[in-house]
Write a protein that binds this ligand. Structure first.
Ligand SMILES: NC(=O)c1ccc[n+]([C@@H]2O[C@H](COP(=O)([O-])OP(=O)(O)OC[C@H]3O[C@@H](n4cnc5c(N)ncnc54)[C@H](OP(=O)(O)O)[C@@H]3O)[C@@H](O)[C@H]2O)c1
Length: 273
């Protein structure tokens, strides 16, 4: 069902993103990999193309911690492809400290602000390409997250676990609000928790934890399912785990907070609300 469709995956050089890009390439999609490092991106692109037998696998470079680079990426996608059927916002980090060059806490910038801005800048393309899908890779960590709008507006946001769980909750609430705004357009938006997966995101030694974690191939199953399966055609505004719809946190269903979050984020990233 994806043959000839244009599918973009961020963070496609490793872990879940790499497995997702490979699976979509095997389904004969035109795959656009978004990576921040040319060496790692090129190596993964060559492997994915070879393993899938699909030559239509492109690499676009973008450091998603930079809002300016996200804008350039969106313009490049628009100019080069003119259509977009699947957008998988997969890239993510877990940062214990540090600010981006734009001055935002790194996890918030990469895991939430970047997908918010990229998706909004590509919305018209997704609409003219409908039926199309947005898939946001969140986490079960969002259950311990909280949206502090005042903190976000003052650019006082935590790093570490707080930054990660808040960003993943913001991503869930963005997904639900996006789905409400996209009703009737043929564009769906869903989010997911992949499970605990042995990938590079966990900087702790994985030798100890690996036996309890899924492989990247297993972990990517839900995002591949949401990106490609006919079973979820038309399904929108839901949170999934193990390819099944699940309830997300109570706070994630607060619609008025989701609207406020949308407006505040639009201001932060420089979009008109
Ligand atoms: N693994 C888990 O247990 C787990 C659980 C819940 C949710 N998740 C989510 O799953 C998603 C994929 O993570 P993963 O587990 O597959 O980890 P991963 O192997 O570390 O992959 C993360 C990807 O994001 C890219 N990335 C990070 N910062 C970036 C930036 N500034 N600009 C562009 N790309 C950037 C990485 O690029 P580099 O290779 O260049 O660093 C990498 O390709 C993330 O959103 C993560 O939060 C993972």
């Amino acid at each position: 069902m994806l043959e000839g469709k244009t599918c973009l995956v961020t963070g496609a050089n490793s872990g879940l993103g790499r497995e997702t890009a490979l699976a979509l390439a095997q389904m004969k999609a035109n795959v656009v990999m978004v990576c921040r490092n040319k060496g790692r991106g090129d190596a993964a692109r060559r492997e994915i193309s070879k393993e899938s037998g699909n030559e239509s696998v492109d690499l676009l470079l973008c450091d998603l911690s930079s809002l300016a680079e996200v804008r350039t990426l969106a313009a490049e996608v628009r100019n080069r492809y003119g259509k977009l059927h699947v957008l998988v916002n997969n890239a993510g980090v877990f940062s214990f400290s540090g600010k981006t060059d734009d001055g935002f806490e790194t996890t918030l910038a990469v895991d939430y602000l970047a997908p918010f801005l990229l998706t909004n800048l590509l919305l018209d393309l997704l609409k003219t390409s409908a039926p199309s899908r947005v898939v946001n890779v969140s986490s079960v960590a969002h259950f311990s997250g909280h949206i502090d709008l005042a903190g976000m507006e003052k650019n006082e946001t935590p790093s570490g676990w707080g930054g990660y769980s808040n960003s993943k909750l913001a991503l869930v609430m963005f997904t639900y609000e996006l789905a409400r705004r996209l009703q009737g357009t043929g564009v769906t938006a869903n989010c997911l928790h992949p499970g605990g997966v042995a990938t590079n995101i966990w900087k702790v030694p994985t030798a100890l934890t690996r036996p309890f974690l899924k492989s990247a191939k297993e972990g990517a199953e839900t995002e591949i399912y949401l990106a490609s399966s006919p079973e979820v055609e038309g399904v929108s505004g839901k949170y999934f785990e193990n390819k099944k719809e699940k309830k997300s946190s109570d706070e994630s269903y607060d619609e008025s907070k989701a609207r406020e979050l949308w407006d505040a984020t639009s201001k932060i990233v420089g979009l008109s609300a």
